[in-house]
Write a protein that binds this ligand. Structure first.
Ligand SMILES: Cc1cc2nc3c(=O)[nH]c(=O)nc-3n(C[C@H](O)[C@H](O)[C@H](O)COP(=O)(O)O)c2cc1C
Length: 188
């Protein structure tokens, strides 16, 4: 099952952390995207400590709402030694999120590309809403994935959890199978 499909019972995933107006989130990575430096603001906003961040792949803060193609574009741009600029929704350690405008460019030593550096800062609420809508659309068109928030009966949720454990399948997979197995759907 696609790893960007998730099931969360808690409200935490809808909890937004605001990036303060005059603070910059800074990180550096090696050529593979492993974090080699993180400033205190990065730690504070992402919910990790600086020590936890260093040595980890940068996708530790990848949010499931981010389309794959955005990162493909990011990597193909920076690998050519060009600067990449874009909007990123990041995942906090506690499953909450924060939006940033991001600039990534190369770090050079004696003319040789040895890693990447990034700077991120606050964006407006209007930009966040526009980007969320755009990324939802891209994910639907390019990956065929939509986000669905469900309010359901407690006993249904418990049955779903029970089935998930028993069949060793992700709850989302079970819901998908159940729907696709309806005779009405099968008959097309
Ligand atoms: C300097 C630098 C900064 C990055 N910053 C972020 C970031 O803030 N959030 C993010 O999800 N990915 C960031 N990335 C991209 C990740 O390395 C990774 O490609 C992305 O999270 C998608 O994960 P995946 O490549 O495993 O699919 C950054 C990469 C570099 C080189």
């Amino acid at each position: 099952m696609p790893k960007n499909q998730i099931l969360e019972k808690t409200f935490d995933m809808f909890w937004e952390t605001d990036v303060p107006e005059n603070e910059l989130i800074i990180s550096r990575t090696d050529l593979k995207g492993t974090i080699t430096y993180a400033n205190e603001t990065f730690a504070k906003i992402s919910g990790y400590s600086v020590d936890e961040l260093i040595g980890k792949p940068h996708n530790i803060i990848r949010h499931p709402d981010m389309p794959k193609s955005i990162f493909e574009n990011l990597w193909s741009t920076i690998k050519q030694g060009k600067k990449w600029e874009g909007y990123i929704k990041n995942l906090r350690k506690d499953k909450g999120y924060y939006w940033v405008k991001t600039e990534i460019s190369g770090i050079y030593k004696n003319g040789k590309l040895i890693g990447y550096k990034s700077m991120r800062y606050k964006i407006s609420d209007t930009q966040k809403r526009q980007m969320q809508n755009l990324y939802d659309k891209i994910r639907e068109e390019e990956e065929g994935i939509v986000r669905l928030v469900i309010y359901t009966k407690k006993e249904v949720y418990e049955k779903l959890e029970e089935l998930s454990k028993k069949l060793n399948k992700h709850p989302v997979e079970i819901v998908e199978e159940a729907i696709l197995n309806f005779d009405y759907i099968k008959e097309g």
